[in-house]
Design a protein around this ligand. Sequence first.
Ligand code: BES
Ligand code: MN
Ligand code: MN
Length: 462
Amino acid sequence: MNSIQSYITEHKDRFINELIVLLKIPSISADSAYKNDVLKTAEAIKVSLEHAGCDAVEICKTDGYPIIYGEKIIDPSLPTVLVYGHYDVQPPDPLELWTSPPFEPVIKKTERHPEGAIYARGSCDDKGQMYMHVKALEFMTSTNQLPCNVKFMVEGEEEVGSPNLAIFVKNNQEKLKNDVILISDTGMISNDIPSITTGLRGLSYVEVEVTGPNRDLHSGLYGGAVANPINVLTKMIASLHDENNHITIPGFYDKVEVLSKEERAEMAKAPFSLEDYKDALDIDAVYGEAGYTTNERNSIRPTVDVNGIWGGYIGEGAKTVIASKAYAKISMRLVPNQDWEEITVLFKTHFESIAPKGVTIKVTPHHGGQGYVTPIDSIGYQAASKAYQNTFGKTPIPQRSGGSIPIVSLFEKELQSKTILMGFGLDSDAIHSPNEHFGIFNFLKGIETIPYFYKYFTELSK
Ligand code: BES
Ligand code: MN
Ligand code: MN
């Protein structure tokens, strides 16, 4: 497959320009004001899949945003790769922290990306990574080198918890039938240390509301004599961790997968510099659960984090008031074997039980999903590993990620196939943050590596 390099050299400017066109559409699934843009993006994905050689591309309606499905079946007796990605993006706020507008992509050089990176919301998560697959397919079909069958499923609601994907998968098992699922929606260690993601954390996301008195009160007349919902909420939240930063919710750790000494030693071999980590974040110390390293804390251990908290007076100046209500959004990252629905119940029961008299508590679950681990001795993993060896000249390191793609465990359950997570982003690419970017090197390296995955997967499946 020599010609993938020359194909990229010849077409890379067009690839980048096409991606830029896609990045200009603000497909923010969380904000209904962008509904038309999300739908426009779906349309654009359909056209791009058709151009890349997919047959029968459909915009599949759901109760939310559509799922784009396309396939190229060359021979039913050959293996089938199912590619999943998402075309929706996170809201870009806070806008004032962007050095260029989130939906006006520009290429800038950085220390980590000397060849330049595309700055735009969705550049890395996940339009840029999803588009690598479209361009890899274009290469394989246009040069007659597609070695197996391929199916694409690109959704528009990943960033809001994929509320309509599960039912779509359940209802379309035959259509989605495959031998391996391939996703680029994660990261790798660095541009010269390739890695393959072998685990994802699960998630339970809840919102809590604490109600005290029936109206906002003068904090002088009533202060000290009634429960202040904000004081109470912050105290309750603080009590969710003990002095060792262990989570105090009863039963929370019961099913947590315990890694052996050997597995932890293996994990510790992955190159990591705590100094660089702290420098990149401008912090003078890391923080977390006693007894675990930074890389363990953010991958094999579960968490409870407040994502947002509000209530009371936050306008200019001062107002002496005791608010009637206080709120927080709380996410729990889960590890394999923890069941997200069970954890949601444990949280709710515990949170209600620790509330003092004088307030009422409401816990509203948002969304969630199970964690995932994939073995490294599968044909899919081996094919991916060989593909990276070819294009990076190095064996990739298996690495568990702290992020979540809740739908992956559902794929395994409903479609009975393993997912291979070939992510080409870097943790420093600022996904979900201001100034999200995706390296040109990473984008092109992805396009280069993917066709080798198809080749080796087909060969190893024989
Ligand atoms: N692509 C990310 C997940 C990710 C990023 C996993 C990097 C591993 C490494 C995905 O789009 C995402 O943001 N997922 C959400 C969960 C979802 C239910 C909103 C997350 O992890 O917060
Ligand atoms: Mn993503
Ligand atoms: Mn995301």
